[in-house]
Write a protein that binds this ligand. Structure first.
Ligand code: F6P
Length: 531
């Protein structure tokens, strides 16, 4: 089905043309309840998440049309399929069951006729016991020293999620260990981390769903040698834990680890933060924090499953992104978190959204008929205001923004925190309503944004926020008609990188390469460090 030929899509386009001349100022003036009717608050047990969608260029009719698009795209049915373990990732013949990772044991989720919940809880329990033992000093290094440094080695989903969670939880609690994150194959990355650690008191978590990622293998080998030099060849395994679907591949790559935590092929890398990929943070903040994060995710999962589409936060967020991207043709979206604890949130969502929905063919292999994922970028406020917000206010492109704020501060500096939040609200206000002045000072306004507020930055609210984005990405993928769970676009680069590596090692292998690459290889060979 081509979504763009459905009556719902045509009606949404009609809404867009009829709203083209209507400003946000007018939409707010028309309806004094606009903020309430376009906001959704999700109670999280402890704390809550408020999503305010009122500053988007749409009215109730447009929203109705978007919901009709979701119905045509079978969002509810596909969502249920995903939660039930149906193969929704057809090009890899896999289910996408990140939601099972936070489901209670009594839920039954079947993959190929097998209930996976027992295994999920076994690994969760294994992680919790292991992490608590490291924290308590019952599991120690080869020379008897307590682990005071933990290095997470991974890239993409095996890195961005753990970093985000680490920074967010460090916001209000002291980690029990010093956590480090090594991702890039750039050897200066791993070496600068190792320079800060003592092998005797360092635990390394090698995270790789596939265990075939060049960056992680390279860093794993460098670190294994560093450990061998520090604690002796025979004891390296005591200092390494592996998280992977294929722990045996670590061994085949010459990496020894005494302990391994399973993942499953049906958890996508960028959806893996509720799996053992989060081990570094279970060690740093304890199993209770992890359980709380999973509970927050679970509340959002249930909200996504049960709330009617019009009151469903991930559904509205996904549809409004479709509205901005595919109907109004806004190419990029900014993500600005007004919380230092969320300073890596934009990078996290960037992978989640762009790797999931940056696709050009539909799930059945035909060219898409809509524009797909927005280019997601951003950072942290108020720093953003002193760097790039100028363009959002007065540039020639309209850039929708997601603002994310937190009500409570863990510090006693209430005035400073009030100022932080005031700045966020003011940015959204200035974008939406602008001002009138002489030309250089005029802000046209009518520029859309979503505001998300967390009552506090806790493991629970963080979990809910992450799940909100996961599901909104899913909703967009359903509308685009694509498979949000594969990432074939990254494969060619990996293959070419290994061919170019061969050319660097032996220039004769460069035969057949294009003249630009051949020239670059030649130039690099001339200038690189001597081996
Ligand atoms: O190359 C892209 C990718 O496969 C991401 O999807 C993934 O998160 C990352 O690489 C790391 O993969 P792995 O966890 O298998 O090492």
């Amino acid at each position: 089905m081509d979504i763009t030929t459905t009556p719902a899509w045509l009606a949404a386009q009609k809404s867009a043309s009829s709203l083209a001349q209507t400003t946000l100022r007018e939409l707010f003036a028309r309806d004094s309840h606009r903020a309430q009717s376009l906001s959704i608050e999700v109670a999280l047990g402890e704390g809550s998440l408020l999503a305010d969608f009122s500053k988007h260029n749409l009215d109730e009719q447009a929203l109705e049309n978007l919901i009709a698009i979701a119905e045509h795209a079978r969002v509810s049915e596909l969502r249920n399929d995903m939660f039930e373990g149906v193969v929704v990732n057809a090009t890899e013949n896999q289910a996408a069951l990140h939601t099972a990772l936070r489901s209670p044991l009594e839920t039954s989720v079947n993959v190929n006729g097998l209930d996976v919940m027992e295994e999920v809880h076994r690994v969760r329990q294994q992680m919790n016991v292991y992490a608590e033992s490291v924290r308590a000093g019952r599991i120690v290094g080869a020379t008897g020293k307590k682990f005071s440094n933990v290095i997470n080695v991974g890239i993409g989903g095996s890195d961005l999620g753990p970093i985000l969670v680490h920074e967010a939880l460090s916001h209000s609690s002291e980690p029990a260990v010093r956590a480090h994150f090594v991702s890039n194959i750039d050897p200066t990355d791993v070496r600068s981390t190792l320079a800060q650690c003592d092998p005797e008191s360092t635990l390394v978590v090698l995270c790789s769903k596939s265990f075939s990622t060049a960056e992680t293998l390279s860093n794993g080998k460098i670190i294994s040698q560093w450990l061998a030099d520090g604690v002796g060849d025979a004891h390296v395994g005591k200092h390494i834990a592996v998280v992977s679907v294929y722990p045996e591949k670590a061994k085949a790559a010459g990496i020894v680890a005494d302990v391994a935590f399973n993942m499953w092929p049906w958890v996508g890398g960028r959806y893996s933060i509720s799996s053992a990929v989060n081990l570094v943070n279970v060690i740093a903040f304890g199993s209770h924090a992890f359980d709380e994060m999973l509970s927050g995710m679970r509340v959002m999962d249930e909200h996504f499953l049960l709330a009617p589409l019009r009151q469903n936060a991930p559904v509205l967020m996904g549809l409004i992104n479709v509205w901005n991207r595919s109907i109004l043709q806004r190419e990029t979206r900014a993500m600005i978190a007004y919380s230092t604890g969320l300073k890596s949130f934009a990078a996290y969502v960037q992978q989640l959204e762009m790797e999931s929905n940056g696709k050009r063919v539909t799930a059945d292999g035909n060219p898409v008929t809509t524009s797909t994922s927005a280019i997601v970028w951003g950072g942290v406020g108020t720093n953003a205001q002193h760097a790039y917000m100028q363009l959002l206010h007065q540039g020639t492109s309209v850039v929708p923004a997601d603002f994310i704020g937190v009500a409570e501060t863990p510090t006693s500096d209430i005035d400073a925190h009030d100022a932080l939040v005031a700045n966020m609200f003011a940015q959204a206000q200035a974008l939406a309503f602008g001002n009138e002045a002489e030309p250089h000072r005029t802000l046209p306004g009518n520029r859309p944004s979503t505001t998300l507020m967390l009552s506090a930055l806790t493991p629970r609210t963080l979990g809910a926020l992450i799940a909100l984005y996961e599901h909104s990405v899913f909703v967009q993928g359903c509308v685009f008609g694509i498979n949000s769970f594969d990432q074939w676009g990254v494969e060619l680069g990996k293959k070419l990188a290994s061919e170019v590596s061969a050319q660097i090692a032996d220039p004769k292998a460069g035969v057949g390469s294009d003249s630009s690459t051949a020239q670059l290889v030649q130039w690099y060979r001339k200038h690189r460090s001597n081996t």
